[in-house]
Design a binder for this molecule. Structure first.
Ligand code: GDP
Length: 299
């Protein structure tokens, strides 16, 4: 399937090494467990998660013998799935449209592309969608979103470069409400060097949204680039601290052998991974499914 294909590089390195761990020792002894821990760290699960998972397997191995690679693989799968599922919950149901989804994240992570793909995703579900270009900082971001709007047949509410993001958002909310649009997706600026300015702006946008729709935004999706690995996690913390992030979109899973970062994120952020970006094309966005992901990695 598509997830399997996307994470094939992670799968190869992880599965191959696990095979060799087993082949090397013929049994799951302490040396094998340490080797496994290193393998998990190399796949970017992070030292904490790797130690936790291997700890569980070690406990199990004390109680009863782990016979072969297949059994080890199954134990590993259920440990990883448990971590991914810990914070999974269905998206909020929205009583009165529009559902407002705010996209946040650092430039270059794939935020604009993901915003476009997400518009296409909801269109495929038969929903009406409106895009809002609230990243007024970069002219290129507005133009790029315009291209996505045309590609997906979705209207874009925008202003000139340098405009007040909250003013554009105001227009978009007004339009979405008047038209009873199902989903309003808001692209925001992602410059990190003025962190406090950015956070103040996001906060102002939140207040603007709530003047129209008290329980909005319904989702604040943080876009993270899987290829930046543990550094991405560092960024994620900054945003979750102040932007009220409710879910993660993990992009470029197709371009990394370190897809294990998804598991580190789920554990450390305490918010669900909602979507996975698996390419540059319009359909290359999958709702994140922990079963499919773990199977794709280790199945
Ligand atoms: P932004 O600055 O965060 O808005 O990033 P962009 O949306 O401009 O994306 C930066 C680059 O990453 C572009 O070349 C995208 O085509 C590419 N990109 C985005 N998502 C994915 C993905 O899931 N997989 C791959 N391979 N490339 C992606």
């Amino acid at each position: 399937d598509r997830m399997k294909q996307a994470v094939s590089r992670t799968r190869e390195s992880l599965s191959d090494r696990i095979e060799s761990v087993i082949a090397m020792t013929r049994e799951v002894d302490e040396a094998a467990l340490e080797e496994l821990e290193m393998t998990l760290i190399a796949s970017d699960l992070g030292v904490h998660v790797a130690a936790e998972v291997v700890g569980q397997i070690r406990d199990r191995a004390k109680r009863e013998q782990i016979r072969d690679g297949a059994e080890l693989r199954d134990l590993l799968k259920s440990s990883l799935k448990k971590i991914l599922d810990e914070h999974q919950k269905p998206p909020r149901t929205v009583a009165t449209p529009p559902e407002v989804i705010v996209m946040v994240g650092v430039n270059g992570t794939g935020k604009t592309t993901t915003t476009g793909k997400l518009a296409a995703y909801y269109r495929r579900q038969g929903k009406t969608v409106l895009l809002c270009a609230a990243d007024t900082f970069r002219a290129a971001a507005i133009e790029q979103l315009e291209v996505w709007g045309e590609r997906t047949g979705v209207e874009l509410i925008k202003s000139r470069q340098g405009g007040d993001p909250s003013a554009v958002l105001f227009d978009a909310l007004q339009a979405a409400k008047a038209r009873q649009t199902d989903v309003l997706i808001v692209d925001t600026a992602g410059r990190l060097h003025t962190k406090s300015g950015l956070m103040a702006e996001l906060d102002k946008m939140r207040r603007t949204t709530q003047r129209f729709i008290p329980d909005a935004p319904h989702e604040v999706l943080l876009v993270l680039d899987a290829t930046t690995g543990q550094n991405g996690l560092q960024q994620a913390r900054l945003f979750t601290e102040s932007a009220g992030v409710t879910g993660i979109v993990l992009t470029k899973l197709d371009g990394t052998a370190k897809g294990g970062i998804a598991i580190a994120i789920a554990r450390e952020m305490g918010v669900p991974v909602r979507f996975a970006g698996i390419g540059e094309q319009v359909n290359d966005l999958l709702p994140f499914d922990s079963d499919a992901f773990v199977e794709a990695l280790l199945g």
